[in-house]
Design a protein around this ligand. Structure first.
Ligand code: G6P
Length: 488
């Protein structure tokens, strides 16, 4: 599947492991995660005998021995080895909730006003990265490729070097990279840029993210020169040379279409259809996060109901909100805001037999989610900013009959690939989103199908395996394959 020589193992390092450990009474409950990254990387780890290193998700104290025993058992089940980084409560609070999610997360999503620039978070962030580096050093060999994921672990390559450990380290940023005027607000901006330069490859989701990164480098030092054009360029300051690329992540298209066509999903879909009495269904699925633009989306739906009475009793918004990062104050405030808006819309418009917003604050099993994707006439994906947004791609993959409309924010990374066939909106433009809802509801069947066919073709051709393969090709100094540069 990939082109790397078989002797080189992969070491995947991410904040979270592909499993989660939670304490239940006196024992530990371990669940495996079935996200896109896991399904893309697992086959490669199994083929080449690679390993995955990350935090267990546990905040309660757990001894290394107990933890290793539990994970060894899990490793046998999933077919490759996983090694834990054990974090204590203080580390979780300062490194994960603090620097990662109260500073980098809002700042990189263009929301500096929401950042809490607590000085002591920074030291903890670097120390915890040092802890990750020590686990990587212990479990990796010289020829291994260490593939580090996301903003929680930017300093990892440098931390390895400080330990005197030489490894080929490459990095993928799953979230956006902000423009210099935003990035420069970070008190530790130059340290973070210097950390990124320690990788042999730094890859982003979109051309715009890479452009922002290169502009930030330029304001760091005029010595930086960039060579080459297109998705992979070489950057040097005379001493150090590394590659900067953009390769958009995707989903396991075939996995989703297979599940969408399964009998189980079909019977759930039938139940949903009869319960919703053939109403036009609009679907929103998000983690509880202020970057997802849920309150503005609700206001747009409210405005659509105010402006277009023909939608009354005909359109239902199903909004799923998955709990997330509940300890960060901005997240609990957001929950209250969403719930007030939902009850205000329902209070104003509900009639016997019609509830305009069906709101769920919990995660939904995968087959039920896929049935909802199949059911929904419209997906409303309106983040204020998003690295990619895989819901947009999952929704399209599941529309086996091409009968759905994707309304997509221009500020989602996915818009770079989907802008021609989705209805592109500015999520801050409440009236514009309301109009897009009406347009989606009344779109002629032929146009709907033509748009969805093209969206699905793109996702089928550039699925998550395409992403892994291309990332690893670039890491190995090879050219990209099947990369439709013009569309990006
Ligand atoms: C985003 C980030 C991931 C993160 C995920 C869930 O997709 O890019 O790195 O794992 O959100 O957030 P959590 O904080 O629960 O890991």
């Amino acid at each position: 599947m990939t082109d790397r020589k078989s002797k080189d193992r992969f070491i995947i390092v991410s904040n979270r492991l592909p499993i989660k450990m939670e304490k239940e009474g006196t024992s530990w409950k371990v669940s495996s995660s079935a996200g896109g990254l896991v399904s893309a990387l697992s086959p490669i780890l199994k083929d080449r005998g690679g390993i995955w290193i990350g935090w267990t998700g546990a905040t309660e104290p757990v001894g290394l021995r107990t933890c290793r025993e539990i994970l060894d058992k899990m490793s046998k089940e999933i077919g490759y080895r996983i090694f834990p980084v054990i974090l204590n409560q203080e580390e979780v609070s300062l490194y994960y909730y603090g620097l990662s999610n109260e500073i980098i997360w809002p700042l990189f999503h263009d929301l500096p006003g929401l950042a809490n620039f607590e000085p002591h978070y920074w030291k903890a962030y670097r120390n915890v990265n040092g802890k990750f580096a020590r686990v990587v050093a212990r479990h990796s060999k010289k020829d291994d490729l260490v593939w580090v994921h996301d903003y929680q672990l930017i300093p990892l390559a440098r931390k390895l070097k400080e330990l005197g450990v030489e490894r080929k380290c490459v990095f993928f940023l799953h979230i956006p990279f902000p423009s210099p005027d935003i990035f420069m607000k970070l008190p530790w901006r130059y340290e973070l840029l210097a950390d990124l330069m320690e990788y042999e490859l730094v890859a982003f989701q979109t051309a715009q993210d890479r452009k922002n990164f290169l502009s930030c480098l330029n304001s760091f030092s005029k010595k930086f020169k960039t060579y080459g054009r297109g998705p992979v360029v070489e950057v040097t300051d005379g001493n150090r040379t590394f590659k900067a690329a953009y390769i958009p992540i995707s989903i396991d298209f075939k996995g989703f279409t297979t599940m969408a066509g399964a009998e189980k999903v079909h019977s759930i879909l039938k139940q949903y259809k009869s319960r919703l009495h053939r109403k036009t269904v609009i679907l929103g699925v998000d983690r509880l996060d202020y970057t997802k633009g849920i309150p503005l989306r609700l206001r747009a739906f409210q405005m659509a109901l105010e402006k277009y009475p023909e939608l009354h009793e005909n359109v239902t918004l199903v909004q799923i909100v998955v709990p997330s990062r509940e300890e960060v104050p901005a997240y609990s405030e957001l929950k209250d805001k969403i719930e007030k808006l939902v009850s205000s819309i329902n209070g104003t418009f509900t009639t016997p037999g019609w509830v305009p917003v069906h709101y769920m604050y919990h995660s939904v099993p995968k087959d039920e989610l896929i049935a909802l994707y199949r059911l929904a006439d419209i997906a409303l994906v309106t983040p204020l900013r998003d690295g990619m947004n895989l819901v947009a791609k999952e929704y399209c993959a599941c529309k086996l009959d091409n009968d759905g409309v994707l309304i997509l924010s221009e500020f989602a990374g996915a818009a770079a690939q989907m802008y021609r066939h989705a209805l592109i909106v500015n999520p801050y433009d409440i009236e514009g989103v309301a109009e897009a809802i009406l347009k989606g509801v009344s779109m002629p069947q032929r146009e709907k199908k033509a748009r969805m066919r093209s969206l699905r073709k793109n996702i089928r051709e550039q699925d998550v395996f395409w992403w892994v393969n291309n990332f690893l090709r670039v890491a190995a100094g090879k050219t990209l394959v099947d990369f439709p540069e013009k569309e990006l």
